[in-house]
Design a protein around this ligand. Structure first.
Ligand code: IPM
Ligand code: MN
Length: 357
């Protein structure tokens, strides 16, 4: 029996995870799914975005299917009570250091991108984002009053960027191994012209590359990478980068496809435990209307099967079913274009279930 924790979260989280759960359940695998609230929903029910019971369930599960967290209702809470702290807390508590964010443009959705079709047609890149280090978690951080210098007497906000060698090595191995299974090109993105942390990152990437002679390693400054991603995105195969740059570049890469509602993600630890979530957010503005696109979450469930349960054939089955519903012209509002068949969240779920058989 595989234990799966289902954490639907806020906004559209519950309605999209519901469809992914239906798909997982339909496969006929020995899965035991248990649900707990997370994010704002957990704060509302238990006074904390990541309550003990939710954390315990996540820790004991082989894999976590996560919806999304965040809602403007909770924007004025103290930082440690905000919904976002739930996902950051889970990443840290479970050591989910490797974040895989594919950006794939399905041929059926070639017109969804705001970029010219010839620039993005056939796009298939993988962003490997380090997820438990960098300025996201670095200490010290806070607000302090300056005792000297040009801003003496003023308050100053500050954060700390750092990476230990082992943190860079382990994400490097994940990225090189991913590249080996793809087109064997790895681009490491940093800001080594300015940041010490980045120069060190680059040095460690080069050291690890000695173990992967088949992979062609290149380096790019993050500002240039942001440019190249919109100029010639198909030049990239696998991109590896730190937590902050990865956050920004993965949103940019997602938008190349024009359909963030289609993109799954996996966050893995050293034990093969994983958290799987759509790359998009909780979209509170459209929550509860049954119009959100559940495909990113359904594709995240496919990644769950592939990476945490070693059920590649079942993952292929789900991915093929998604291709098939796109082929049939079914589109939720976010990817709708004239001439296609507009469907709701649950109708999209129905269609994927049907296509599975
Ligand atoms: C993401 C999100 C999170 C992040 C937020 C919600 C904390 O933007 O998963 O990319 O910045 O990592
Ligand atoms: Mn982000």
């Amino acid at each position: 029996m595989h234990q799966i924790a289902v954490l639907p979260g806020d906004g559209i989280g519950p309605e999209i995870t519901e469809q992914a759960v239906r798909v997982l359940t339909a496969l006929g695998l020995p899965l035991e799914l248990q649900t707990q609230p997370v994010g704002g929903a957990a704060y509302a029910a238990h006074g904390h975005p990541l309550p003990e019971a939710t954390l315990k369930l996540a820790q004991s599960a082989r894999a976590i299917l996560f919806g999304a967290v965040g809602d403007w209702k909770y924007d004025n809470l103290e930082r440690h009570l905000r919904p976002e702290q739930a996902i950051l807390g889970l990443r840290k508590a479970l050591g989910l250091f490797a974040n895989l964010r594919p950006a794939i443009l399905y041929p059926q959705l070639a017109n969804a991108s705001t970029l010219k079709p010839e620039v993005v047609a056939g796009l298939d890149i993988l962003i490997v984002r380090e997820l438990t280090g960098d300025i996201y978690f670095g200490q010290p951080r806070g607000v302090r009053t300056l005792e000297d210098g040009p801003f003496k007497g003023e308050r100053q906000g500050f954060d700390t960027m750092h990476y230990a060698e082992s943190e860079i090595r382990r994400i490097a191995h994940i990225a090189f191994q991913a590249a080996l299974k793809r087109n064997k090109k790895l681009c490491s993105v940093d800001k080594a012209n300015v940041l010490e942390t980045s120069q060190f990152w680059r040095d460690v990437m080069i050291a690890v590359s000695a173990e992967y002679p088949e992979v062609e390693l290149s380096h790019m400054y993050v500002d240039n990478a942001a440019m190249q991603l919109v100029r010639a995105p198909k030049e990239f195969d696998v991109v590896v980068t730190g937590n902050l740059f990865g956050d920004i570049l993965s949103d940019e890469a997602a938008m190349l496809t024009g359909s963030i509602g289609m993109l799954p993600s996996a966050s893995l630890n050293a034990a093969g435990q994983g958290l799987y979530e759509p790359s998009h957010g909780s979209a509170p503005d459209i929550a509860g209307q049954n119009i959100a696109n559940p495909l990113a979450t359904i594709l995240s469930a496919a990644m769950l099967l592939r990476y945490s349960l070693d059920e590649a054939a079942q993952a292929d089955r789900i991915e093929a079913a998604v291709q098939s519903v796109l082929e049939q012209g079914l589109r939720t509002a976010d990817i709708y274009e004239p001439g296609m068949l507009r469907v709701s969240t649950s109708e999209m779920g129905d269609a994927v279930l049907k296509a599975l058989k």
